[in-house]
Design a protein around this ligand. Structure first.
Ligand SMILES: [Ca+2]
Length: 69
């Protein structure tokens, strides 16, 4: 089960920290897609399995349009 709660007060999948999960975050995710999840790109590995792939996209899609509480 993947937690969709915010991490450390930040909204999961809000990669740019704008307070909402929107297209700005999608473009960042798309840029990292298919690359190894390490260092600065680790945040894009939403399911934490070490790869940035379709599984992470599904998590992202689930978060899309959400705003910080
Ligand atoms: Ca992943």
């Amino acid at each position: 089960m993947i937690s969709t709660a915010g991490v450390g007060g930040r909204l999961l999948a809000d990669f740019d920290g704008s307070g909402a999960v929107n297209f700005d975050d999608f473009f960042m995710f798309a840029e990292a897609f298919g690359k190894p999840a390490s260092g600065a790109s680790a945040k894009f590995d939403l399911d934490g399995n070490g790869a940035i792939n379709l599984d992470d996209f599904f998590v992202f899609a689930d978060r899309f349009g959400k705003k910080a509480q």
